[in-house]
Design a protein around this ligand. Sequence first.
Ligand code: AMP
Ligand code: MG
Length: 496
Amino acid sequence: MTAQFRFDNSYARLPEAFYARVLPTPVAAPALIKLNRALATELGLDPDALSTPEGVEFLAGRRVPEGAEPIAMAYAGHQFGGFVPQLGDGRAILLGEVVGLDGRRRDIQLKGSGPTPFSRRGDGRAALGPVLREYVVSEAMAALGIPTTRALAAVTTGEEVLRETPLPGAVLTRIASSHIRIGTFQYFAARGDVDAVRALADHAMARHDPEAAAAAEPYRAFLEGVIARQADLVARWMLVGFIHGVMNTDNMSVSGETIDYGPCAFMDAYDAATVFSSIDAQGRYAYANQPAIARWNLTRLAECLLPLLAGEEEAAVAIAREALAGFGERFNAAFLAGLRRKIGLFEAREDDPDLIQDLLDRMAAGKADFTLTFRRLADAAGPGVDGPEGDGAVRALFEDPAAYDDWAARWRQRLAGESQDAATRREAMRRVNPAFIPRNHRVEAVIRAAVDRQDYVPFEELLAVLSAPYDDQPAFAAYADPPEPDQRVLRTFCGT
Ligand code: AMP
Ligand code: MG
């Protein structure tokens, strides 16, 4: 049985300047760690065929499937605010695009598949730890309902990669609506190649904003579409305590999917200033900075699009400004609506932001766990345990439980004005407040077991738990727990 990919490679039909044609470098002894069978099926691929030795050779880049047109995409990017005119896929190769059973076109990309013309001094390889991290976190995001690239497979290569120490090598097969980044636009804009910017915008629009293509001002509509998706995405991140960690413009997809799981992490105790990334000394990409950074990145995109927005620069700038002004409104509305749902409010009242901020301030002061506070609030708001006696589990999360009590009294007063009954409210809250997130100490434990002991049982178990984040799963209740002080992960790494 052979794995049939029905490729239709629209990106490879763009001009040659958009990419470099390059084949994956064969690896010594590929072995399958994990195949995402459900996703394979969604993509119209046969999971059984992909699990055969031949299928695994495709997933490791040892063989190229028929119809693939492997390319490394060119892109630039602002990294921590500094512009790098040429980055590009240095350790990733796009095999091509398939149209899935749902009619959606998706990229199939190998990450860690060997050097490309964009590798600079890198080896084009990926270590096992970061591959498992991306697999776990991207699939957790998908299960949480947050737009994201997906993980189709992870394989070990049978080769070592040299980082600070030799580490087992691995390849991740990443699936994305596209891999077009803000940095892809910057690559051409920086070269003054307006025709290429236009061709890229037309291509991106066809894939992500077909209605914009038909609008009176298509490029303006496209820009507005990207802005709206990013505003919604960052709000979704923050509502589950996610910190991307490296929101460079090359790590922001115009499709609105979360991309590039490097030093990303979910916070445990609530603190708006949380930073995990070891290389983010200034806290540029801290939890609460994410909307401002997204807007900064989108401003870079708007600059690239200026020549397409209007004939006169002044008019183009005015259009870009107006579109960018929409970011704040959209983000604030999405974030506030999400926070309202998190505390069980169905109706909007003017002083809700104040009520919510009061809770967040108390959580920060009391070092309350972000995820558990909201999850347990659902029970405190439900029938039966409603009232102060239902609050025990929530107040226990605060260093000073009395700080919660004061807020809870205020909250209950507000809830009393809602027309929803308590059971409905509880259910609605449980559907937006996950019990399980990929906690850093769990992800680290998974990586340690795999790298140090070739033990993938913790990986499989964590994946299974995270596939149903809104269910209680009593058998795995410990996965909902925050880390003990000695388990706390303080720093995460890009893993390149
Ligand atoms: P990232 O930090 O993963 O967003 O990557 C930033 C840039 O560095 C991209 O152009 C990557 O392709 C490149 N890069 C990261 N790791 C490697 C590596 N091991 N080999 C070659 N290029 C790499
Ligand atoms: Mg990147």
